[in-house]
Design a protein around this ligand. Sequence first.
Ligand SMILES: [Zn+2]
Length: 93
Amino acid sequence: MRDLRLGDIIDDWCVKCRRLTNHAIVSLVGAEAAKVRCRSCYSDHDYLREIQPPSKRELKKMAEAAKAAAEASAQEPTAHLAKPHSPARKKTA
Ligand SMILES: [Zn+2]
């Protein structure tokens, strides 16, 4: 794998175009692209490794789920231990 260089064209997710587009590398950290510029809309952004970042709605949903899980475990720390036994079977005899 050859080293990336400034100005190289790589694929990345563009949040403005909302699709994978060609990007020129404008900043490198080590051997990795750090900032890229979309060749379609010319906006600069951090290199996203071709991964679509979660939308604000998805982030909110994830935060709420994490909060709910934290609250549930705080309210019932021993819920898994205090599980009632299954109801006794009815005796037919
Ligand atoms: Zn773009």
